[in-house]
Write a protein that binds this ligand. Structure first.
Ligand SMILES: NC(=O)c1ccc[n+]([C@@H]2O[C@H](COP(=O)([O-])OP(=O)(O)OC[C@H]3O[C@@H](n4cnc5c(N)ncnc54)[C@H](OP(=O)(O)O)[C@@H]3O)[C@@H](O)[C@H]2O)c1
Length: 573
């Protein structure tokens, strides 16, 4: 983590490019291959009857806690050739693990087998099974179908390319068209069976060699896409599954045509039997779940409240351009979507919008659950969301006037104090404590790194002036004290989570500028800040540097860093 972070620290210009990037195999290549990208963990559901019989009954209600790495809740998958047979069997396993699975196939309507599988897809698992007609050779339709599916939930977590065909024929009898058809479907559909061995009795040389090509393709793409590059691209795992002697509808047809073939296969198999598609369910699930994550790299995960504008967006960009996956949280979905659109393209990390009101405990609990279902840990939590509250006239010539301004004024209310306090203070406490287990896990997954919380307080909590908003300034002072209290109690309990605060001076934001543009950026006039030692308001880069420093420095805990262009020097504390 420290290297990319330090790079951005010294290259603050990158801050202006930020963004969101999900990447499916289709965005790289029109022909999907078995692949899975960065996956997260949660609970898994044991669906195999055989296995569930081995497990103690009383633990059934606790299955949500078992095999967390296999859990696919909230994840989206595509299975080509998923209308029946092996593709469908593996799709069903993904559904049972909580995944939303789109089966794509050439058939006008899926097989009856598919309808049965769909009716079995139990709502309790949280997964679902869908069908779309598509030919894997039709690049345009493939791209639009995959894009539509990915756009539906703003994600695509993995792909099983199981589409394939076979032609039983000696090599000398193949026509060019037949060769091309087998290669086009199998090589592009890519799910393989006999690439390594010569299947005795299966006179299908083009089929077998097309599968060998697919194995090599899988290796080549794994090498090309697996590593996370400096620019953040990559991190896509590519694996091939080579099932053998499996009784799919395609193979059953072969046996009908040539009964001797079945006998040969039974004899050749060490177990003396053929396999069923269901026996590969676990293999598909393994490859697409966190259980096989050793094949991919790791990414820092961050959550920034109020990340759709102002200082929160600056922090988000700083982290995301350096490769972090940043969840931004706010009450207004449109604001978050705009931020992703404007700053979420072609960057190393990702920006993912999530609406929630962080003054509600149940919203916070839902957020934790959602992040938990997607990620194995949370590395950086930035509690930035805040509101300013009403302003009051403080200058007065006598006591009566001061009372009129501060007590009698219509906008001077307990409610204003309480709502400002509620957003600016207790949410830091509830967000931090709710996310503690996920933050603590960060050090387990990122050696040498401790999870960190950065509370965005303010110089308003330090200066002696009320700046016309007593409630806001008192709340920010409370947020600085709360940062210390939390840092100390968390450390006392031996947890590896550092908690600091950044106290910004004046930065352009919706709060200070009264609004923002289409790109969610705000502007304030430099001329108004000539009295500051810096003679200007803060810039994106100033905030980015502070956020990266606080996130990366492993020796910083319980502190408040003022990033204020000298405001405190000028205003006095
Ligand atoms: N800008 C400055 O000069 C300055 C100086 C010192 C400190 N600060 C602090 O910096 C932080 C960010 O403020 P900003 O200046 O960047 O203003 P901003 O642009 O108004 O950002 C505040 C963000 O918080 C979100 N938010 C507010 N209440 C929320 C809630 N209940 N739940 C979820 N999200 C909520 C808002 O989105 P929704 O309205 O869509 O929810 C908004 O995106 C605040 O804590 C502020 O006190 C700012």
């Amino acid at each position: 983590m420290s290297l990319p972070i330090m790079r951005a620290f010294f290259r603050p210009k990158r801050i202006s490019i930020a963004g969101f990037s999900w990447m499916s195999a289709s965005s790289r290549d029109a022909y999907p291959i078995p692949t899975a990208r960065r996956l997260s963990s949660a609970s898994a559901v044991c669906s195999s009857l055989l296995l569930s019989r081995k497990l103690p009954d009383e633990a059934i209600s606790a299955t949500q806690q078992r095999f967390k790495e296999f859990d696919l809740q909230s994840k989206v998958f595509v299975v080509t050739g998923g209308a029946r047979g092996l593709g469908l069997a593996m799709a069903e396993a993904l559904v049972e693990a909580g995944g939303k699975v789109h089966c794509l196939d050439r058939l006008e309507a899926p097989d009856d087998e598919f309808d049965l599988a769909q009716s079995r897809a139990c709502g309790d698992f949280g997964g679902s099974l869908h069908y779309s007609r598509m030919d894997v050779r039709d690049v345009e339709s493939l791209n639009s179908t995959i894009s539509r599916i990915a756009a539906e939930d703003s994600r695509l977590d993995g792909l099983i390319a199981a589409a394939g065909i076979q032609k039983i024929k000696p090599a000398t009898e193949y026509t060019m068209d037949e060769i091309n058809e087998v290669l086009a479907i199998n090589y592009s559909g890519v799910f393989l069976m006999s690439g390594f061995v010569a299947n005795k009795g299966l006179i299908s040389p083009v089929y077998s060699s097309s599968k060998a090509a697919v194995i090599q393709l899988g290796r080549s793409l794994a090498m090309e896409w697996g590593k996370i590059e400096e620019d953040g691209s990559g991190g896509i795992r590519v694996n091939s599954l080579c099932p053998g002697h499996i009784e799919t509808p395609m193979v059953k047809k072969n046996f009908e045509d040539d009964p001797a073939l079945k006998e040969t296969w039974l004899r050749e198999n060490m177990l003396g039997r053929l396999s069923k598609p269901e026996e590969f369910r676990g293999a598909g699930l393994f490859l697409l779940s966190e259980a096989s994550s050793f094949m991919t790299g790791a990414t820092l995960v961050a959550l920034v409240t109020g990340g759709g504008s102002g200082i929160g967006l600056m922090a988000t960009q700083a982290l995301a351009v350096n490769g972090a996956k940043v969840y931004i949280v706010g009450r207004t979905g449109e604001k978050l979507d705009n931020a992703v659109k404007a700053h979420g393209q072609n960057i190393a990390g990702e920006i993912i919008p999530m609406t929630a009101d962080i003054t509600s405990k149940s919203d916070i609990a839902k957020l934790v659950k959602e992040i938990e279902s997607r990620e194995k840990c949370l590395c950086i939590l930035i509690n930035n969301a805040g509101v300013s509250g009403n302003t009051l006239e403080t200058e007065a010539k006598n006591a009566e006037e001061m009372k009129r301004n501060l007590f009698d004024a219509e906008n001077s209310t307990f409610d204003d104090w309480c709502s400002t306090y509620r957003t600016n203070v207790p949410q830091l406490f509830f967000m931090t404590t709710a996310f503690l287990p996920l933050l603590q896990k960060s050090s387990e997954f990122h050696h040498g790194y401790s999870g960190t919380v950065i509370n965005i307080s303010s110089i308003s909590g330090i200066v002696k002036s009320s700046q016309h908003h007593f409630g806001y300034n008192a709340s920010k002072a409370a947020s600085i004290q709360l940062t210390k209290l939390l840092a100390s109690e968390v450390a006392n309990n031996g947890l590896k989570v550092r908690i600091n605060s950044i106290a910004p001076g004046v930065f352009p934001s919706e709060m200070t500028a009264g609004g923002s543009g289409e790109d969610q950026k705000s502007y304030i006039d430099k001329e108004k800040y000539q009295k500051l030692p810096a003679r200007r308001p803060g810039k994106d880069q100033d905030m980015a540097g502070a956020v990266l420093f606080a996130a990366a420095n492993q020796y910083l805990n319980g502190q408040t860093i003022a990033v204020d262009g000298g405001y405190l020097l000028h205003a006095g504390a």
